[in-house]
Design a protein around this ligand. Structure first.
Ligand code: HEM
Ligand code: CU
Length: 586
C-alpha cells in the first residue's frame, strides 16, 4: 500500500514533489532549513542586544538608522530592547529548539530507522510543516506592525500581556499576533507529534521489536508524547489569553487593576493561573528540546566508540522517567510567585529527583566511551560537547532547584547562564552532531571534517566564555531583562558584559565556518558511500542520498539490535540491523 502511494508521488509534478511534498525526507529537509533560517534571525537579535548592553550607553550610530524612533540617538529604548528579547526567546525556543531536533531529524530519520517507507500520515506531516512556517511568518510580522513586537518576554505573563496598549508598546497588535503565532505553532507541533506516535507504534518493519529500536527513535517517540500533552495546554492557555484581550473575559486579570492611571475593566481573574498553565507546558518544553539530543548522543557515541551502548534499557527507562517527571515540576519556575513554602518544597523535591535519571544517563554515556576505540569525528566531538555543557548546565539547575537559593538568583543573569548552557548550548550541540552525522545521508556528500573540527573547537571555547561569566554576574546581583547597566552597583559589571559580548560576536562569526561548510559540501563535498561511518541502523543500508522511495517498496527485515559494534574483524567490527539491502561503505 505504501509503496504504491510513494510511487504515485514520484510521478507528481515539481510542486507536489519538492514543495508541497508529503515525502518525509523532503519535509525533514524543509524543517531543517526553516530552523536554520530561524536561528540566524534569533542570533542576529541576540547580537543587537549584546552590543547594546556592552556599549549602548553612548549610542551606536547604526542603531538609529536601523531602528529609527526605537533608538533615538542610537540608544535602544528599554521597551524596544524587551521587544527584541521577546522575539529572540520565542524564535529560539519554538522555531529552533523544538523544530530542529524533533521535526527536522525526526521526520527524516524516524521512518528510515524503523524500516518504514513513509510516516503514518504523510499529508499531516506536510501540513505540520506549512503550519509551522505560517506561525513563523506571523511571529516575524510583529516587527512590522506600528508598535513592534510585544515587550512581555517569551513567557508573556499577565497582567502585562493581557491588558493591551495601555500597558506599553507592543502590547496591542504585537501581542495579539504573538499569541496567534504560538497558537498556530501548537497546532502544527501536535499534528506532527500525533504522526510520530502512530508511525513509531504501527510502522516498524518485520523484526524491529521494541528492544531493537534505536534510542533516537525512542527519544523522538517520547518527545512526541510530551509535545502532544504539553502543547495542548499551551494552546488552551493562548486562546484564553486572546479572549481576555479581545472578548472581555477575565481569566488572567484581577479586578481593579490600575493601568496607566486608568482602572482596567477586567474583573476577577488570576495572573497566577497563566503561570501555572504556561509552566505546565514550559517545563516539559525544555525536555522536548533536550530529549532528542539524548537519543542522538546515545546513538552516535556508540558508533564512534565502536562499542555497544552501555545500558540500553536503563537509558530508555531514564528517558521515560524524565518524560513523566517533567510534568510534575513546573512550580520550580514559580518559587518567587508567592506560593506557600510547602508548595515550594513539594516542587523542589521532584526537581532534585529529575536530576537522577539525567545523571544515570550521563554516567552510562561515559561508560560507553570507556575503553572504546574512539573516533573523534566532528559529530563525535559535538556529542562530547553536549555531555560537557549538559553537566555544567545541569549542575547549576540543581542549585536553582532549592527555593531559598532560587529566590535570590531567580531574576538574575545566573538563570540566563543556566538555561542557555543547558537548553541553548547542549541542545544546539545535539543539532550540530546530528547535522555532521546525517549530512551524507541527506545530501549524498561528506562535510569537511577539518572545517568541522575548527568549528567545534572554537564554538566550544566560545560558549563557555559567553555563558559561564553570566553565573558570576548573577551572583553579583546583575538583573536579567535590563536594557542598560545604569545603577551604580552595576558599573563594576560593565567589563564582564563587554567580555561576554566580544565572545558572543566571535562565536557567532565562527558559525560562518559551519554555514560555509554546509553549503559548500552540499555541492562540492566528497561523495559519500552508503555507510560512511560504518554504522548499524537501517538508514545506512540504503544509498546516499536516500532515494525518493527509501526501500524501493521492499521493506527490510531486521535481525539484530541497533548497537552491535565491536565484534568481528578489524575491517568489519559491526553487524547491521538488516543485511537485506546494501551494507558497508560503497
Ligand atoms: C549566540 C548565542 C546567544 C546569545 C548571545 C544570547 C543572548 C541572550 C540575551 C542577551 C538575552 C537577554 C537576557 C536578559 O536581558 O535577561 C537572552 C535571553 C534569552 N535567550 Fe538567548 N542568546 C543566545 C542563544 C540562545 C539560544 C540557542 C536559546 C534557545 C534556548 C536562547 C533562549 C533565550 C531565552 C528563552 C531567553 C529569555 C527570553 C525571555 O526572558 O523572554 N538563546 N539571550
Ligand atoms: Cu523547569
Amino acid at each position: 500500500m505504501n509503496s504504491s502511494r510513494a510511487g504515485k508521488e514520484s510521478r507528481r509534478g515539481f510542486l507536489r514533489t519538492y514543495v508541497f511534498s508529503t515525502n518525509h525526507k523532503v519535509v525533514g529537509i524543509q524543517y531543517f532549513f526553516l530552523s536554520l533560517f530561524a536561528v540566524v534571525v534569533g542570533m542576529t537579535l541576540s547580537w543587537i542586544m549584546r552590543i547594546h548592553l556592552a556599549w549602548g550607553a553612548g549610542g551606536i550610530s547604526g542603531f538609529q538608522n536601523l531602528f529609527g524612533l526605537n533608538a533615538p540617538g542610537g540608544v535602544l529604548t528599554p521597551e524596544y530592547y524587551l521587544s527584541l528579547l521577546t522575539l529572540h526567546g520565542t524564535i529560539m525556543i519554538f522555531f529552533v529548539l523544538t523544530t530542529a531536533p524533533q521535526n527536522a531529524f525526526g521526520s527524516y530519520f524516524l521512518p528510515l530507522q524503523i524500516g518504514a517507507e513513509e510516516t503514518a500520515f504523510p499529508v499531516l506531516n506536510m501540513l505540520s510543516f506549512w503550519t509551522t512556517l505560517i506561525a513563523l511568518g506571523v511571529l516575524l510580522s510583529t516587527l512590522f506592525v506600528s508598535d513592534g513586537p510585544p515587550i512581555s518576554g517569551w513567557t508573556a505573563y499577565p497582567p502585562l500581556s493581557a491588558v493591551g496598549r495601555d500597558a506599553g508598546p507592543g502590547l496591542a497588535a504585537g501581542q495579539n499576533l504573538w499569541i496567534i503565532s504560538l497558537g498556530i505553532f501548537c497546532i502544527g507541533a501536535m499534528m506532527s507529534a500525533l504522526n510520530f506516535i502512530v508511525t513509531f507504534i504501527d510502522m516498524r518493519c518485520q523484526g524491529m521489536s521494541l528492544m531493537r529500536v534505536p534510542l533516537t527513535c525512542w527519544a523522538w517517540f517520547i518527545t512526541a508524547i510530551l509535545i502532544l500533552l504539553s502543547f495542548a495546554v499551551l494552546l488552551a492557555a493562548a486562546i484564553l489569553l486572546l479572549l481576555d484581550r479581545n472578548a472581555g473575559t477575565s481569566f488572567f486579570v484581577p479586578a481593579n487593576l490600575l493601568v496607566s492611571g486608568k482602572i482596567d475593566p477586567h474583573a476577577g481573574g488570576s495572573p497566577l493561573l497563566w503561570q501555572h498553565l504556561f509552566w505546565f507546558f514550559g517545563h516539559p518544553e525544555v525536555y522536548i528540546a533536550i530529549l532528542p539530543g539524548f537519543g542522538i548522543v546515545s546513538h552516535l557515541i556508540t558508533c564512534f566508540s565502536r562499542k555497544p551502548i552501555l545500558g540500553y534499557r536503563v537509558i530508555l527507562g531514564c528517558m521515560l522517567a524524565i518524560g513523566f517527571l517533567s510534568f510534575v515540576v513546573w512550580g520550580h519556575h514559580m518559587f518567587v510567585s508567592g506560593m506557600s513554602p510547602f508548595s515550594g518544597f513539594l516542587f523542589s523535591i521532584p526537581t532534585i529527583i529529575i536530576s537522577l535519571p539525567s545523571t544515570i544517563v550521563t554516567l552510562l554515556w561515559l561508560g560507553t566511551l570507556w575503553g572504546g576505540r574512539l573516533h573523534f569525528s566532528t559529530a563525535m566531538m559535538f556529542c562530547l560537547g553536549f555531555i560537557s555543557t549538559f553537566i555544567t548546565g545541569g549542575l547549576s539547575g540543581v542549585l536553582l532547584a532549592h527555593p531559598a537559593i532560587d529566590s535570590y538568583l531567580h531574576a538574575t543573569y545566573f538563570v540566563v547562564g543556566h538555561f542557555h548552557m543547558v537548553m541553548g548550548v547542549s541542545a544546539i550541540f545535539g543539532i550540530f552532531a546530528a547535522t555532521y552525522f546525517w549530512f551524507p545521508k541527506m545530501f549524498g556528500r561528506l562535510m569537511s571534517e577539518r572545517l568541522g573540527a575548527i568549528h567545534f573547537g572554537l564554538t566550544f571555547v566560545g560558549v563557555y566564555c559567553i555563558f559561564l561569566p553570566m553565573h558570576v554576574l548573577g551572583m553579583e546581583g546583575s538583573p536579567r531583562r535590563y536594557a542598560m547597566l545604569t545603577d551604580d552597583f552595576l558599573q563594576s559589571t560593565v567589563g564582564m558584559h563587554r567580555f561576554i559580548t566580544i565572545a558572543a560576536l566571535a562565536t557567532g562569526a565562527v558559525q560562518l565556518v559551519f554555514l560555509f561548510n554546509l553549503f559548500w559540501s552540499m555541492f562540492k563535498g566528497k561523495r559519500a558511500g552508503a555507510n560512511p561511518w560504518n554504522a548499524t541502523s537501517l538508514e545506512w543500508s540504503i544509498d546516499s542520498p536516500a532515494p525518493f522511495m527509501s526501500f524501493h517498496g521492499e521493506l527490510p527485515v531486521v535481525c539484530c539490535g541497533p548497537y552491535e559494534y565491536g565484534d568481528g574483524t578489524e575491517e568489519r567490527d559491526f553487524v547491521m540491523q538488516s543485511n537485506s539491502v546494501g551494507s558497508g561503505d560503497q
